[in-house]
Design a protein around this ligand. Structure first.
Ligand SMILES: Cc1ncc(C[n+]2csc(CCOP(=O)(O)OP(=O)(O)O)c2C)c(N)n1
Length: 194
């Protein structure tokens, strides 16, 4: 199993100017690793919508790479988005699925299909161009540069070690509700510069 920090480090190295849209536990670890916070959109208060938001940005800004850091529980809530991504087939779309087998930030309840769901198979069956799976940190770190340079849409499933806590700094409050729209405006400003 791979640690969240190691995934964030491997992706951060390759992110360049990419817009990064995050869900749940990933939002915390990505925030700690990101060197371009103005291009980051955490979506914790709209569970399941990472892939749809990232797809919209990828279609609207086809020359900009967009990386979706999705949760397995979140993606189960929006499985149809995989087919929409496959159908629109944006070259600039990278979909990373953090497979921890649980709803971590609500206390660690197992997701439906934990240990059974085959994310790369579902992605390929939905029309993605390529899909990968990593359970080993070194292999992931070695392969990431090559994979991130490929044309999308691609899916990367990463088996991560669950961090089960309801105190990850991603709880939902009126204040936290303001973060996603604020970051969307920030990304819009950044994209307008290019
Ligand atoms: C529509 C909706 N239903 C339920 C929730 C409560 N909820 C918040 S986070 C979460 C679990 C998310 O699981 P996953 O995407 O696997 O991410 P992880 O917590 O494992 O990082 C749930 C059920 C919610 N925020 N929105």
């Amino acid at each position: 199993m791979i640690e969240y920090q190691d995934v964030a480090t491997a992706i951060q190295r390759e992110r360049g100017e990419a817009v990064v849209v995050t869900a749940m536990t990933q939002s915390k670890f990505w925030k700690e690793a990101s060197d371009r916070p103005e291009l980051d959109i955490p979506t914790n208060n709209s569970m399941g919508k990472v892939s749809s938001i990232a797809l919209g940005i990828a279609l609207g800004a086809p020359d900009r790479k967009v990386i979706a850091l999705d949760g397995d529980g979140s993606l189960i809530m929006n499985m149809g988005s995989l087919v929409t991504v496959g159908n629109k087939s944006p070259k600039n779309f990278v979909h990373v699925v953090y497979d921890n087998g649980v709803y971590a930030i609500t206390g660690g309840q197992p997701i439906a299909g934990a240990g059974v769901i085959d994310w790369p198979a579902i992605a390929m069956g939905s029309g993605y161009k390529a899909a990968y799976s990593f359970e080993d940190t070194e292999e992931m770190a070695t392969e990431m540069p090559r994979i991130m340079a490929e044309d999308g849409p691609i899916l990367i499933r990463i088996q991560v070690k669950p961090v089960i806590t309801t105190n990850l700094g991603v709880i939902q409050t009126w204040e936290s509700n303001a973060v996603m729209p604020r970051q969307m405006r920030s990304v819009k400003v950044e994209l307008a510069k290019s």
